[in-house]
Ligand binder design. Structure first.
Ligand SMILES: CC(C)(COP(=O)(O)OP(=O)(O)OC[C@H]1O[C@@H](n2cnc3c(N)ncnc32)[C@H](O)[C@@H]1OP(=O)(O)O)[C@@H](O)C(=O)NCCC(=O)NCCS
Length: 151
């Protein structure tokens, strides 16, 4: 499995993975726009087949944000999500950030467990964050001198 930069020919496949992974979709145009804005955008590829993606950016000076991460249902629990998130964190760690944060649906127990394996902590819940009324849990990964802290 390799992790590489997204390229526009991946768009359709990334959109397929997003659709099978979330009830609410960003929409293919939004993916295109985010890419054109220059956000961090990586894909995981197995035998030349895209099986997952991660998007991230610097929200403001000291704060990184994981916008979205998903792995094709048929390839989950095989380490692709971990490889994607490790790479995203290592890219973000090149800048001297204080923290990396993300939002996750409060009912998405699998993803919450996944983030906990990286030592992401629960910050707070935001009620009605999603259009279907579900709340989001905001999780954060504290960094020290821009690097993942062992605390
Ligand atoms: C969350 C997601 C990206 C994880 O990707 P993945 O490739 O399956 O994750 P990994 O194989 O690297 O899992 C690493 C560890 O995280 C934990 N984990 C991952 N998925 C889990 C689940 N469904 N339930 C409990 N723990 C889970 C486990 O500890 C796992 O290690 P193990 O398989 O040895 O037990 C994937 O489940 C996914 O695409 N979900 C749908 C989209 C989504 O919810 N994205 C996050 C939105 S904020």
């Amino acid at each position: 499995m390799i992790i590489r930069k997204f390229c526009p020919t991946d768009l359709k496949r990334v959109f397929e993975i997003e659709n099978m992974s979330f009830d609410q979709s960003y929409g293919i145009k939004m993916f295109q726009q985010l890419y054109e804005m220059g956000i961090g955008f990586l894909v995981a590829e197995e035998d030349s087949y895209v099986i997952g993606y991660v998007m991230f950016w610097i929200k403001y000076e000291s704060c990184g944000h994981i916008i979205s991460i998903a792995v094709d249902k048929d390839y989950r629990r095989l380490g692709a999500g971990t490889k994607l998130l490790i790479k995203a964190i290592s890219v973000l760690s090149l800048i001297n950030l204080d923290t990396i944060y993300l939002e996750v649906n409060e009912n998405n127990d699998g993803a919450i467990e996944f983030y906990k394996t990286f030592n992401f902590k629960v910050d707070r819940t935001v009620p009605n964050y999603y259009t279907n009324g579900d709340g989001a849990i905001v999780m954060y990964l504290p960094l020290r001198n821009g690097k993942v802290s062992s605390d």
